[in-house]
Every structure is written in structure tokens, then in C-alpha cells.
Write a protein that binds this ligand. Structure first.
Ligand code: ARG
Length: 391
């Protein structure tokens, strides 16, 4: 009997070459393609798979699971890596890897494979997740071992083997997209002296083309989960799509980051994530009203570690799951509405309404209704300062 491998397949040049390469090595190839919110055509994938002699293909729309089990926990945490990356690609990988493992079990395959390069984070995330979930599965990463080290050599290989490739035209940038954001790298942006290429952006208009009139978005949260946009009840995916459009129009959510990869390389990536930045900002604003200062500051520490773990592919680690449990408990009172103003690349707050506010106007006000007892302040300061007096 032939050895069976389940391959994470996108239909692009890399994974199409992987199929043939694995077949030539004697494997029966079963493919798995997941839709996390990029351009995705199940028909096209199935057609391509058939042409390539793939024995079976699983095409799955995982956007809901991605939103509920990955994006929402990250949003509750305000997870951002190195201050600029909302972890869109990083959040998608453990989900894909989890399905690779599940399908391998179902297919009774001993092997799983993927088309990640040998220099990136994604191989670390996918392999680590697989090893955490089932350390007995054997992992094949053709791009780490084969001789096709350039795009030209892959195209030549594809031609020689009669592999259907949709476009052989020069692909300038490597782009990874899902609903939470887009990652763009390569080409002229590898040189840090160059500003990002305006033509590379997918979701956002250039600042020069943004409207001269501001737009307002009102997000209602229930226990840290966005549930309404501008008064309309809606699911997470629809809300993200709407906010990506609105934010994109006002050039919101771009970032340009020289980041630290897990494999030790510093690399430069340009990101677009309008909805993610809008939602995180709204969530943080609501938390500032609803949570006490210790929980807020401790949550920031948790967010830092949580983001690093997520970036490094340790989503299913004991620590990431435990931190998520802590974050979950903090969200009990994070209910209310935040109205934001989107204008010329900026997000500003227009209104904050919390169901359980710790902000008390009668304490904060300098007006007539003031109820704060200033006389208590003197004694408080006397004792508060004791520990710091050196003279
Ligand atoms: N730098 C991001 C990360 O490590 C994105 C990686 C994929 N980028 C890409 N353009 N294909 O999560």
C-alpha cells in the first residue's frame, strides 16, 4: 500500500509543486484547503486538484471557527506583536495545523505536509502545533529539502511536469491574507531604505485619496465580544468585513514593521488590518472605563506574553491557554458601546458608554455635583508617602 500524506494546499505554485514532488516520492496525496477569508474558490481548487491527480481534497470554510476561537480571544487580550502586528497570519496557522492533524487521523495517514519555506515563522507554527497535538505524525516540508530554491526553478519544474499554474507572471510580493489582516513582504520592501510600495496595499486607500469628511462607527460589546455595529446586531465576520471597508477608506490600519522572527532573522513586513485596529481600539477604550487599574496593567503584561506565544506558534501551549482563561475572566464586565471617529488615518474616540463603569462622574467632576471628600486626601497622602521618604 502507498504511504499517505495530507498536504495543506492553497492551489498556488508552491503547493502545486509540492503535490507532484510528493507523488514522485511515492505518496498518495490527500489535500486540505481552508478558507480563512482570502480570495478563495472551492471550484477552482477542486478542478486544480483533479488535474494534479490528487486522490481526495477537503475544502473547508473555517472563517467562523477562526473568528470565534482565535480572533475573539486575541481581541479580548488586545494581542499585538511588537506594537504593530495584530497577528493575523500567526492566528490562522494553529487552526490550519489542527485540521491537518484531524484529517490525517481520519484518513489514517502517517504523514502531513505543508508548503512553508525553511526561513519563516509559519513552518515553526505549523510544525509545533502538529507536534503538540500528535507528536507521532511525520512532517514533510518539501520547501526545506527540495532543490527548487527560486521561483524560476519552481516554474521550470511546473512546466516540465505539466503542473497547472494559473499565473506565471512575475509575482512581486508575498502576500498572506485572512479576515483579520493582510501581510505583505518581499520585493523592494526588503531594502529598509525604501518606503512601502503604495501599489502593494490591498485593503487601504492611500492617505491622499481619503475622504475629507470623517466617518463614525459605533461598536457594542457584550463581555468583550463585539455584537453590534452602528446599532445593528451582526456576526463577527460580517462586522470585520464592514470595518475593513470603512477603515480602508480612511487609510486606517497600515503598519510597517521590522520584526523579530522566531528563527532569529529580522525581517520587514507591511500589514493592513483596518478592522482589527478599530476593534482593538474600541475594546481598549471600553476596558479603560470598566476595569480597575490593577487588572488593566496586569492585562498589558499578559498581552505582551500572549502575543509572543501566539507569534511563536505556541497557541496550544499550556501557558497561552492559561493566560486566555485569565483574560476571559476579566471580560465579565466589559459590556457597552464605543463610538470612534475615522479620519485621515486616525482613530479617535467620540463616545464611551459602559454598562458597569468604574468611572464615576460625581467623583471625577470639578463641577457643582462633586462628591469626593478632599479632606480625606490629606491623611491618605500622609500615609501613602511614608514609604518613600528618605530625608
Ligand atoms: N510576518 C508575518 C508572520 O510571521 C507574516 C508571515 C507571512 N507573510 C507573507 N507575506 N506571506 O506572522
Amino acid at each position: 500500500m502507498k504511504k499517505k500524506v495530507v498536504l495543506a494546499y492553497s492551489g498556488g505554485l508552491d503547493t502545486s509543486c509540492c503535490v507532484r514532488w510528493l507523488q514522485d516520492k511515492g505518496f498518495e496525496v490527500v489535500c486540505f484547503s481552508a478558507n480563512l477569508g482570502s480570495e478563495f474558490s472551492p471550484e477552482e481548487l477542486k478542478k486544480k486538484a483533479k488535474q494534479s491527480g490528487i486522490s481526495k481534497i477537503y475544502v473547508m470554510d473555517l472563517q467562523k471557527e477562526f473568528a470565534n476561537d482565535y480572533i475573539i480571544p486575541a481581541l479580548k487580550t488586545n494581542a499585538v506583536y511588537e506594537s504593530k502586528y495584530v497577528l493575523s497570519t500567526a492566528l490562522g496557522r494553529p487552526l490550519i495545523a489542527k485540521y491537518l492533524v484531524d484529517i490525517a487521523h481520519k484518513e489514517k495517514a502517517e504523514y502531513v505536509a505543508h508548503g512553508c519555506t525553511g526561513k519563516g515563522n509559519d513552518q515553526v507554527r505549523i510544525d509545533t502545533t502538529i507536534k503538540i497535538l500528535d507528536s507521532k505524525l511525520k512532517i514533510i516540508a518539501p520547501l526545506r529539502v527540495w532543490e527548487l530554491t527560486s521561483r524560476e526553478s519552481e516554474i521550470a519544474y511546473a512546466k516540465e511536469k505539466g503542473i497547472p499554474v494559473s499565473s506565471t507572471k512575475e509575482k512581486i510580493y508575498s502576500i498572506d491574507q485572512n479576515i483579520w489582516g493582510i501581510s505583505i513582504e518581499g520585493g523592494m520592501m526588503e531594502d529598509l531604505k525604501n518606503a512601502p510600495d503604495e501599489a502593494a496595499y490591498v485593503l487601504t486607500r492611500s492617505m491622499e485619496k481619503t475622504p475629507s469628511k470623517a466617518e463614525y462607527v459605533d461598536i457594542e460589546f457584550n463581555k468583550g465580544v463585539p455584537v453590534k455595529l452602528n446599532g445593528n446586531k451582526m456576526g463577527m465576520i460580517e462586522m470585520i468585513e464592514k470595518l475593513n471597508k470603512a477603515g480602508g477608506k480612511h487609510c486606517i490600519g497600515r503598519s510597517d514593521l521590522v520584526e523579530d522572527r522566531t528563527v532569529g532573522i529580522k525581517s520587514r513586513e507591511v500589514y493592513e488590518a483596518p478592522a482589527a485596529w478599530i476593534m482593538i481600539r474600541a475594546h481598549q477604550e471600553l476596558e479603560s472605563v470598566a476595569l480597575d487599574k490593577d487588572t488593566l496593567s496586569f492585562k498589558d503584561i499578559v498581552a505582551l506574553k500572549y502575543s509572543q506565544l501566539t507569534y511563536q506558534g505556541l497557541w496550544f501551549s499550556r501557558l497561552r491557554k492559561s493566560l486566555a482563561a485569565f483574560v476571559e475572566l476579566t471580560q465579565e464586565r466589559v459590556t457597552g458601546s464605543i463610538k470612534l471617529k475615522l479620519f485621515k488615518g486616525n482613530i479617535s474616540v467620540a463616545s464611551r458608554i459602559a454598562k458597569y463603569p468604574l468611572y464615576k462622574m460625581e467623583l471625577a467632576t470639578y463641577g457643582e455635583k462633586d462628591q469626593f471628600d478632599r479632606q480625606d486626601a490629606k491623611g491618605f497622602i500622609e500615609i501613602f508617602s511614608l514609604a518613600y521618604r528618605e530625608k
